[in-house]
Design a binder for this molecule. Structure first.
Ligand SMILES: Cc1cc2nc3c(=O)[nH]c(=O)nc-3n(C[C@H](O)[C@H](O)[C@H](O)COP(=O)(O)OP(=O)(O)OC[C@H]3O[C@@H](n4cnc5c(N)ncnc54)[C@H](O)[C@@H]3O)c2cc1C
Length: 364
């Protein structure tokens, strides 16, 4: 395994569940790449019904691990979606038939999300969505792996001709039966070394965390707002454990060149300022001065901001996509089976374009 973000840790733990020997190479601090910071949204709503099904099965694995590891991994706050796209997404979720989801009226919004300003448009509640307790998940999974986690950077991969892959890291050269590359921003470079060009777009992103005014409410639903009513057409938010803080961001990445430099060095500051302005309009129950930022790289596939795919070459699997935190346990189980020679599910192959609206109907 290369990379100890949530995808690598989940895959490694799924391999341990199968009784396999694993080694996880991590060049930095586990969970401090794209998986860093408190809180993510677990939502079932997606445009592609295949991704809805993957998310549903991932939720079942989250529940199983939560029970076994004895820590809360997803809160029961629910996820509220606002805006005109809600009706289409509700249809996709209702067609799945196994996800409790419903439209909600203005009066109920105040109970589900007390800091929200008055809103009259379409709103949907995903009852079994919630806030992912990110650092609890990273800590619990990393704790289960113990010595299998190796602090080192992988520099190159090579297929040996002996049914193994040679992994050259800073301080070791080892052969492994199979390798899963979950290196986030580092995945495309390692794939390129194996002759694969992944269509990954790199961006930079910032999200703020804001204090809830007054006592922490018992329920603080996550939010996906595409309504435009509060000056932005793509905002997301999730509570931090304890409901005293709410993390809010705009669903946008700033442009980055191939070498990782920002095209406009002020772009992150201006995205952060827009997020604070959104908080002022949409969430008057929060103090609009951000407490702390979370800056990070994001990697996205061209067909959808929720797209995910796995490229395979000679027993090496390269994972790429965005919004993968929620998917990690389900994806990890699928990757573990693939690494053990049981094959990769068809929908995870790049030609399936998982996450793209309409792709399921076209039979890909
Ligand atoms: C602010 C923000 C908000 C988000 N909101 C959501 C959300 O609400 N819901 C959701 O589901 N997702 C969300 N996402 C996306 C989600 O967090 C990421 O898709 C997910 O964390 C990616 O995990 P990963 O394990 O693939 O990558 P990473 O966490 O980036 O892990 C990759 C690891 O590989 C290591 N590495 C890289 N190269 C090498 C190498 N050569 N050798 C060894 N180690 C290496 C890195 O140090 C890193 O730790 C959000 C992301 C951000 C940044």
């Amino acid at each position: 395994m290369i990379g100890a973000g949530i995808v690598g840790l989940s895959t490694a733990y799924a391999l341990v569940e199968q009784g396999a020997d694993v080694r996880v190479y991590e060049s930095g601090v586990p969970g401090n790449g794209q998986s860093g910071g408190e809180s993510r949204i677990f939502r079932h709503a997606h445009d592609d019904p295949r991704l809805v099904a993957l998310t549903r099965s991932s939720r079942a694995v989250w529940n199983e691990w939560e029970e076994r590891l004895g820590v809360e991994l997803i809160s029961s706050d629910g996820v509220l979606a606002l805006g005109p796209s809600v009706e289409d997404r509700l249809r996709v979720l209702e067609d799945d038939g196994r996800i409790p989801v419903r439209m909600v009226g203005a009066a109920e919004l105040g109970e589900l999300l007390p800091p929200l300003a008055s809103y009259e448009g379409p709103a949907m509640l995903d009852e079994e969505g919630g806030a992912i307790r990110t650092s609890a998940a990273i800590e619990a999974l990393a704790g289960q792996l113990g010595d299998a986690l190796v602090a080192d950077e992988v520099i190159s991969l090579e297929v040996t001709g002996r049914d193994t892959v040679e992994v050259r890291a800073g301080g070791s050269t080892c052969e492994h039966a199979s390798v899963v590359v979950c290196a986030g921003r580092g995945t495309a470079g390692l794939a390129r070394g194996m002759g694969l060009s992944l269509p990954v777009r790199l961006g930079a992103h910032v999200r703020g965390t804001f204090e809830v005014r007054g006592d922490p409410p018992p329920r603080l639903a996550c939010l996906q707002d595409s309504s435009g009513q509060f000056g932005e057409v793509g905002a997301y938010a999730a509570p931090v454990a304890g409901n005293r803080r709410y993390a809010v961001g705009l669903s946008q990445a700033v442009e980055v060149r191939e070498d990782g430099s920002l095209v406009d060095p002020r772009a992150l500051a201006s995205l952060a300022e827009r997020a604070s302005a959104y908080v002022k309009e949409a969430l008057p129950g929060l103090d609009p001065d951000p407490l702390e930022p979370r800056h990070c790289w994001v990697t996205e596939l061209p067909w959808s901001s929720d797209g995910v795919a796995v490229w395979e070459v000679d027993g090496i699997f390269f994972v790429a996509g965005h919004n993968l935190f929620k998917q990690a346990p389900g994806l990890g189980r699928a990757l573990a089976r693939a690494a053990l020679g049981e094959g990769l599910p068809r929908e995870l192959r790049p030609q399936a374009k998982l996450g793209q609206r309409g792709e399921a109907q076209s039979g890909a």
